[in-house]
Design a protein around this ligand. Structure first.
Ligand SMILES: [Zn+2]
Length: 352
């Protein structure tokens, strides 16, 4: 009969640097005018004090970040399916007591999620950690296990494909139908931050899905769309779904710079080509005339043929270097001129 000895809690080899919370929450506010999102994470009662403007003692806030709009949505597209299953099952009460290896794995994954820059993951990690502390000594039930699965859901499942298809065909009345099911299973609160005007936050202490719905609804009802930046690929909010654009002024300018450079390069490439052709024709036409002339000394003719071939070989090589940006077009043109002079020297006195 297997005998499992329950290890004391401090025997875990993985150290979890995740703050222990009693009622952690994530608050989201969207600013369509400035195209930003603000996310605040902390204990619910601390967030409330923060919004009231308390300074003494200062509320403890774990995260307060303002980011370009769309950042949270792109974080929701990032997933770690296998790790998230490990995390959810590792914190089940039976696992906690009988499979220290799986518990350790869950703690490691959760610590990694909290250490990441992905704020959705950080909130999920806090929630998991809080849930683990609350249920670890209870008898395992399917309800506890379902809650763990629901908490980890945003790390397990990506909604990127749906978002991509939604924003192309979206009409306002369709959002509910498109999302359906679990998106509407959980509530979110509304909280207000002191100020004129007050800032409205949507707040969750459990599932991120209602904040997700609120986010999509806000963007779509303002006739805006999620787009991927033409340059850096980042998700951003645009006024149109049809024309591809840039996420920022920085990306737009960088692309302009690149286009200009590409144009300059192609002009330089063309210049190399046309100058080569002109120099080649200079040699070719004169060689053709001399070959037809039986009075030209055979020895000198052979010398010219060799020089012509050497010119062609070297010119092609040099032209390729210019087109591959390994050589300067100006130097190439000067060299072509020199070669014309060289032909004139070799053909001096011949009937041209
Ligand atoms: Zn960009």
């Amino acid at each position: 009969m297997p005998f499992f000895q329950r290890k004391p809690e401090n025997s875990h080899t993985v150290s979890c640097n995740i703050p222990r919370t009693e009622h952690c929450a994530m608050a989201l506010s969207l600013d369509m005018a400035y195209q930003t999102e603000r996310i605040i994470i902390g204990e619910m009662k601390e967030i409330a004090r923060y919004f009231e403007g308390c300074v003494n003692p200062e509320p403890v806030i774990l995260v307060d970040e303002v980011r370009p709009m769309g950042t949270m949505i792109s974080e929701l597209f990032e997933t770690r399916p296998l790790d998230s299953i490990d995390a959810a099952t590792g914190f089940r009460p039976d696992t906690v007591h009988h499979r220290p290896d799986l518990l350790e794995k869950a703690m490691r994954v959760t610590a990694e999620l909290y250490a990441s820059s992905n704020l959705v993951w950080r909130f999920v990690a806090l929630r998991l950690w809080q849930e683990y502390q609350a249920v670890k000594d209870l008898p395992e039930t399917s309800e506890i296990n379902d809650r763990l699965d629901q908490i980890i859901c945003p790390v397990r499942i990506s909604h990127e494909q749906q978002i991509k298809s939604w924003h192309m065909v979206y009409t306002y009345s369709d959002l509910y139908r498109f999302l359906g099911g679990e998106y509407f299973d959980f509530p979110a609160w509304v909280m207000y931050q002191a100020g004129r005007p007050m800032t409205v936050y949507h707040v969750t202490d459990f599932s991120i899905l209602p904040l997700y719905v609120h986010y999509l609804n806000t963007v779509y009802t303002k006739q805006a769309f999620f787009q991927y930046c033409k340059r850096c690929g980042r998700l951003y909010v645009a006024q149109t779904a049809k024309v591809k654009g840039f996420c920022s002024e920085g990306c737009r300018k960088a692309q302009q710079r690149d286009n200009r450079k590409r144009y300059d390069d192609s002009v330089k490439g063309d210049a190399a080509e046309s100058n080569y052709r002109a120099a080649y024709m200079y040699w070719y036409n004169r060689m053709k005339k001399l070959r037809r002339d039986s009075d030209v000394d055979a020895g000198r003719m052979a010398e010219l043929e060799t020089a012509f071939k050497a010119f062609r070989d070297e010119a092609t090589e040099r032209k390729r270097d210019v087109q591959r940006k390994k050589a300067d077009v100006g130097a190439f043109m000067a060299w072509l001129d020199e070669q014309r002079g060289r032909f004139d020297e070799l053909a001096e006195g011949l009937p041209l």
